[in-house]
Write a protein of this length. Sequence first.
Length: 239
Amino acid sequence: MRNPQRAKKWRRIVVVCATIFFPGVTFVVGSVASQVHGTARLIYILIGASTATLAAYFALRIKRKSNSAQLVEFGESLCAIMEHLAWLAENPADAAERRGRIRDKAVTLLATHVGPTARCAFYALEGQGASFHRRGSSGNMKALETYPVANGSGSDLLYIMNRKNVISIPDTRKTNGNPSFNLGDDYRTAIVAPVYAGEEAKGVLILDAPKVDDLAEVHESLVRMFANILAVTQAATPA
């Protein structure tokens, strides 16, 4: 089976080499063309133009291959999560380790797919609705393990969850009075998604990033998909 990490490494090497090679050739050809005349100069100009065109072509090919490879890697990781879910559906009893593995894989895949600086955590609603407890996380964070719903950030999470809509927070410092939540360290943008199994509340999924609008291109449907995966996982938890 093809090693995705090795393929990614080779793509990076090719990108670096192409970044150095094509501009270098164009520069050398341009320098030589400025020192010759007549037909020779025309030939060098044509070579320079061809090199620039090839650079643009290879840049486009590399980008397409990179996007395709990322999609394949994402699909493989998602399939692994689904396999765990399938096992859980047939073996709901005594499956705490399997549920934990699904939660960790889900939040990690979402965070790494969004970007290298993104973080993600799932807070499950527990204690008969008394608190949110972190049951899966990706990235370093200073957020608490548990948030009681009776006060502070816990009540904000409860309010967001009860709205049943994915909430995007472009700037956590400028919310115009709306609820805001991130995973600590003054991260400036976040997305919070309620996790529901049918009509039963299971918790909230939180995604954040360091800079304002870092998550602007993240589609709501992607976050909802992972919220649904977590909902199915939690629904398999015995009452």
